[in-house]
Design a binder for this molecule. Structure first.
Ligand SMILES: *[C@@H]1O[C@H](CO)[C@@H](O)[C@H](O)[C@H]1NC(C)=O
Ligand SMILES: *[C@@H]1O[C@H](CO)[C@@H](O)[C@H](O)[C@H]1NC(C)=O
Ligand SMILES: *[C@@H]1O[C@H](CO)[C@@H](O)[C@H](O)[C@H]1NC(C)=O
Ligand SMILES: *[C@@H]1O[C@H](CO)[C@@H](O)[C@H](O)[C@H]1NC(C)=O
Length: 483
């Protein structure tokens, strides 16, 4: 009982951590605004937020592992980690680059007397090209190799050389270029940076099977394979009506009006989409090139940034989050897969076998993570996000930039606790989002007994059959439709 109590108390920072934090803070504050320019905007970039924004100490030391004491309960040993990881920093997509050009052209066309800012924007080099189309950038490779290093450092008993050599780690990925490349960079960080194996041509390493990421879109891009989601949300012109409405809201009109004045262009030439693109250029320049003084950022202040963040969050909410049930339900196959992995480890451990697959890393998208987090009941606000409640949602839980920045990662960590007084207490699970403990929504604790988790999410394990969930139910289908 005492053990259970200790294990399940809500997480509070230990004095040690507070001390560590203060030292870190003092050290970093002696330098001038380390990488945090443009001040005040970087937190509002939504899904285009840098990972360093959620763990700012990484700007100083990208390999720093924090909170180790915190993760491992006394007398417990981690026996398995199953992670879902978003790809690292990427280039804008083809579609985004097209909009960027349009926005830039609008400014370049300006003649006559122009403000300094407009001149700066006119001189700005539109260096994004079509071939870049959403691919992983150099910084994105580093995001992944550094993450691999930190995760391995956090769980050295799971990430061992032997396990790597014996093919006891799996690396599954979405088929998208940026995800496959992210997986390769992660593996490379593990193999070379963490384990210190020398760099060698791939041909010399071909006998090591762990080098190959396994593509599985059914798992990592479940949203493409769910007809009901496609019909009701993805391909449904009215599913995002709150987003469209917000584009016409007084808050958004104010931003459009302000930018039109700054740029001295007719308001009619600007749209919420174009303004959002200007804001994204500011974010891409920072994330991709570490440019902290891009003229694009000077168009916006914090108030504008909050409005544009909300526009981004609204879309994620209705398309990937709690907005529609099918968004999260479509990920239940992935959840079941994760759970089966944990259960297999419990079974092996109970029969005193070694856990055969202690490391399972799965690479996907923000669109993979958001539905899964929603399915688990996380980041759920009491009232839905709508076009009207921008102000009352200012303290909302659902902030995509804080949840799914580039390289965001959700880890299920299974522990065996040998000192447990009852068998039920022997296996416990922790959830880490972006390397920080998450609290389970049902208990507000950061630890959950494995059996308790099984009960808590039983409705997803037994009650969610993906084929059924994703079937489009038409009234009185004709037999031809069944084909
Ligand atoms: C990014 O820019 C900041 C501020 O200009 C600088 O302090 C930092 O070292 C740069 N980071 C990298 C990784 O180049
Ligand atoms: C499209 O979305 C709207 C709003 O949620 C909904 O009422 C409508 O039924 C959806 N259409 C389809 C084909 O599912
Ligand atoms: C993993 O490790 C176990 C021993 O713990 C071994 O029997 C197994 O063959 C290894 N490989 C795979 C792919 O499971
Ligand atoms: C579907 O068929 C059933 C029985 O055949 C009938 O009672 C029902 O009204 C039909 N529904 C529609 C929407 O046509």
């Amino acid at each position: 009982m005492s053990f259970l109590f200790a294990a399940c108390r809500p997480h509070t920072p230990k004095p040690f951590q507070i001390l560590l934090f203060s030292i870190t803070w003092i050290c970093s504050s002696t330098r001038t605004s380390v990488g945090s320019q443009p001040p005040g905007l970087t937190f509002y970039f939504g899904t285009k937020t840098r990972y360093e924004e959620v763990n700012p100490f990484l700007l100083e030391n990208p390999l720093l592992v924090t909170g180790k004491q915190d993760l491992l309960p006394n007398m417990c040993t981690p026996i398995k980690i199953v992670s879902v990881i978003r790809h690292g920093t990427r280039y804008p997509t083809h579609k985004q680059i097209k909009k960027m050009k349009k926005m830039h052209d609008l400014i370049v066309r300006q003649e006559g007397i122009r403000s300094e800012l407009v001149e700066e924007l006119q001189r700005w080099d539109m260096w994004y090209e079509d071939w870049m189309d959403g691919q992983l950038v150099k910084k994105g490779e580093q995001d992944m190799s550094n993450l691999a290093y930190r995760l391995a450092s956090l769980f050295p008993s799971l990430f061992t050389k032997d396990r790597l050599k014996q093919n006891n780690m799996t690396f599954t990925t979405s088929s998208k270029h940026r995800c496959v490349d992210s997986t390769k960079s992660f593996i490379s960080g593990l193999v070379h940076d963490y384990f210190g194996f020398p760099q060698a041509p791939e041909s010399e390493l071909k006998d090591l099977p762990y080098m190959e990421p396994v593509i599985n879109d059914h798992l990592m891009r479940f949203f493409d394979h769910c007809p009901k989601f496609l019909a009701e949300v993805e391909d449904n012109d009215t599913a995002l009506h709150e987003v469209d409405k917000f584009k016409q809201s007084p808050e958004m009109r104010k931003v459009i009006n302000k930018i039109a004045t700054l740029l001295d262009v007719p308001e009619l030439d600007l749209s919420a989409d174009l303004i959002q693109m200007a804001f994204f250029i500011c974010s891409f320049e920072l994330a991709i090139k570490n440019i902290t003084d891009s003229p694009w950022c000077n168009l916006f202040d914090q108030e504008d940034a909050r409005v544009l963040e909300y526009l981004n969050d609204l879309k994620q909410y209705w398309k990937r989050g709690h907005g529609y049930d099918i968004n999260s339900r479509s990920s239940c196959h992935l959840f079941q897969h994760i759970f089966q992995h944990l259960e297999a480890a419990v079974t092996e451990s109970k029969s005193s076998q070694q856990v055969s697959m202690p490391v399972v890393m799965q690479f996907g998208h923000a669109e993979t993570l958001l539905p899964l987090l929603a399915l688990l009941g996380l980041f759920k606000d009491e009232t839905p996000l709508t076009a009207e409640n921008f102000i009352s949602q200012s303290e909302r839980k659902f902030r995509s930039g804080h949840i799914v920045p580039y390289a965001s990662n959700l880890a299920f960590v299974l522990h065996r606790c040998d000192m447990a007084e009852t068998p039920r207490e022997r296996y416990q699970v922790q959830l880490l989002l972006n390397e920080q403990l998450l609290h389970f929504p049902h208990s507000h604790n950061s630890l959950c007994l494995f059996d308790e988790m099984k009960e808590q999410y039983g409705h997803l394990l037994d009650g969610c059959q993906i084929a059924k969930e994703c079937a489009i139910v038409k009234a009185n289908r004709s037999s031809e439709d069944e084909l």
